[in-house]
Design a protein around this ligand. Structure first.
Ligand code: HEC
Length: 162
């Protein structure tokens, strides 16, 4: 969250420096920006084509992670196997219902990161090593949080892990 504030502040500063520009330029810069804020309070999430569906999928993977967390604790490797398989198949990029080329590159990168961490978790669970599985599990949680820090305006979605 602090990072987010810092970034916002840095952006605000950038715009502040724009005052040195000629008045003409400044007007051009201000108008499209105010328009965007009015159109959507959620700003840059316009690329999610089916918001309701997207949120349902997100809630599903949250339930999946909760279940995984207790299965890892109990070392129930059969349940873990099923959950990790579902987790690997989950794709925030696909959930948007949008064409990949219309999505921000960073969103796609964060999706890739999530998949890499899910793959790592699968590896750790195949070894049936609780410590490695736990570490990999939290890497997955971090990959969720990393994308939310940037794209989820409601942020606290995975806060139940802390
Ligand atoms: C590539 C980006 C990305 C990744 C990775 C990601 N999410 Fe999300 N998530 C989002 C966005 C964007 C929203 C906000 C959607 C909205 O409000 O329209 C969101 C919202 C949520 C919500 C809130 C739904 C609600 O009630 O409004 C939950 C819960 C959630 N995500 C869980 C997870 C979990 C658990 C993971 C990891 C296993 C995860 N997400 C990974 C992008 C991502």
């Amino acid at each position: 969250m602090k990072k987010f504030i810092a970034v916002t502040f840095a952006i605000a500063c950038l715009f502040g420096c724009g005052k040195k520009e000629t008045e003409n330029l400044e007007q051009k810069m201000v108008s499209p920006e105010t328009k965007q804020t009015e159109a959507s309070p959620r700003g840059d999430l316009g690329f999610i084509k089916n918001e309701q569906g997207f949120i349902v999928h997100m809630k599903d993977i949250k339930v999946l992670l909760k279940h995984l967390s207790s299965s890892i604790n109990q070392q129930n490797w059969e349940a873990i196997k099923q959950d990790t398989k579902k987790l690997k198949e989950a794709s925030p990029v696909a959930f948007t219902g949008a064409n990949k080329k219309d999505l921000p590159a960073e969103f796609i990168n964060l999706d890739v990161k999530f998949h890499m961490s899910a793959q790592e978790l699968i590896g750790a669970c195949q070894e049936k090593n609780k410590d490695r599985a736990t570490a990999a599990f939290f890497k997955v949680v971090n990959s969720c949080d990393e994308c939310h820090a940037k794209y989820n305006p409601k942020e606290a979605s995975t806060s139940w892990f802390q």
